[in-house]
Design a protein around this ligand. Structure first.
Ligand SMILES: *Cc1c(COP(=O)(O)O)cnc(C)c1O
Length: 367
């Protein structure tokens, strides 16, 4: 008798599962620790925007009702913010959902998708899940090699994924350089520009990819409320593209993919510019604090434009374990072929300091 699991297509069985950061509750159970600092999933150390919490409280009595499957209010606000129409917006259960919708809409067996080495793990995952071929292009100094990525486009290529800034490296392609490269991508290839960390960019580094939508008919921009907006637990993100692209993605989208609480919280968070600015200022200071600490410890790190830093610690598995025992959860990135690095999310100043102290102890244990 054949086992039903063996009949599952090889491309599904071959998927390497996504490895999330260890939840605080799990470490509590495993080691009996009570004071745990999680710097593993690039979450906002300030928590959610207070305006989002207020909106959630107000929406609780409506929980028996299905959410608005068209996300009218949130889409209207996003369209207004970006000077687009609602037809330019698709909402996702986190931006991971948007990435998956893009894959399910534009990829399939006999097609290929391009992404960089050391890029966000979800690109190869969603590519493989729909039976398409992933083409990983070697990085340059841990950054996307855009010229090589464009050159890697084949006749069967349908998506080119670009993360800017990228996770877990934190690398950033300057706006003008990015635009020039994207203009050379053939029109049958959807460019998925993942800007999950764009709100963290310093004013001088900012660029406006949304304005490129008018010239690049094959551009899809993906953004999230999980990082700077502090709503990772709610799962809400969005994609911006020309209406024809959005319309196709909406056909494969689950009708109620974004929950009612996520819709109202995101709508409120979008207007909380003060919170966003506080988040960015705290993050800049935290990046500097961690960088300065790594320098003091003699640890090389990749300069980052996100809310995290990847630092080269050598025996990363051992250092990771040592940090866990000291109550600090960071993220191993061996799965990104960075076996000597750990990725550390920026926390509150005292959390960053505790992490650096624990790191120093971990390194001393090894010596
Ligand atoms: C965190 C992250 C996302 C966001 O994921 P959500 O599903 O929106 O929580 C998307 N892309 C990259 C590169 C990320 O690091």
């Amino acid at each position: 008798m054949t086992d039903l699991c063996e009949q599952v297509p090889a491309h599904i069985r071959g998927i390497a599962p996504y490895q999330p950061g260890k939840p605080i509750s799990e470490l509590e159970r495993e080691l009996g620790l009570t004071r745990i600092i999680k710097l593993a999933s690039n979450e906002n150390p300030l928590g959610p925007s207070p305006k989002a919490l207020e909106a959630i409280r107000a929406a609780l009595p409506e929980l028996a009702l299905y959410p608005d499957g068209n996300g009218f209010e949130l889409k209207t606000a996003l369209a207004q913010r970006f000077a687009l129409t609602r037809e330019h917006v698709v909402l996702g259960n986190g931006s991971n959902d948007v990435l998956e919708l893009a894959a399910r809409t534009f990829l399939g067996p006999g097609t290929s998708a391009i992404y960089s080495a050391h890029a966000f793990a979800v690109y190869p995952l969603v590519t493989q899940a729909v039976g398409a071929t992933g083409i990983e292009v070697p990085a340059r100094d841990f950054a996307h090699d855009l010229d090589a990525m464009v050159a890697a486009v084949r006749p069967d290529t349908r998506i080119l994924f670009v993360a800017n800034p990228n996770n877990p490296t934190g690398s950033l392609i300057a706006g003008p350089v990015l635009r020039a490269a994207l203009e050379r991508v053939p029109s049958q290839v959807l460019i998925v520009l993942d800007e999950a960390y764009t709100e963290y960019l310093e004013p001088t580094q900012r660029y406006d990819a949304v304005s490129w939508l008018h010239h690049l008919p094959n551009l899809l921009i993906s953004r999230t409320f999980s990082k700077a907006y502090g709503l990772a637990g709610l799962r809400v993100g969005f994609g911006l593209a020309r209406p024809a692209v959005i319309d196709l993605m909406n056909r494969v989208r689950q009708p109620f993919n974004v929950s009612s609480l996520a819709l109202v919280a995101a709508r409120a968070a979008l207007d909380d510019l003060e919170f966003l600015e506080r988040t960015r200022t705290l993050n800049s200071a935290g990046l500097a604090q961690l960088a300065e600490g790594f320098r003091r410890l003699g640890l090389p790190f990749i300069p980052s434009h996100g809310n995290f830093l990847s630092v080269e610690v050598g025996e990363s598995a051992r250092v990771y374990q040592s940090l866990l025992h000291q109550g600090i959860i960071v993220r191993p990135v061996a799965g990104y072929r960075m076996p000597r690095h750990l990725r550390i999310s920026v926390g509150l100043p005292e959390e960053n300091a505790a992490c650096l102290a624990a790191l120093e102890r971990a390194l001393r244990e090894a010596a």
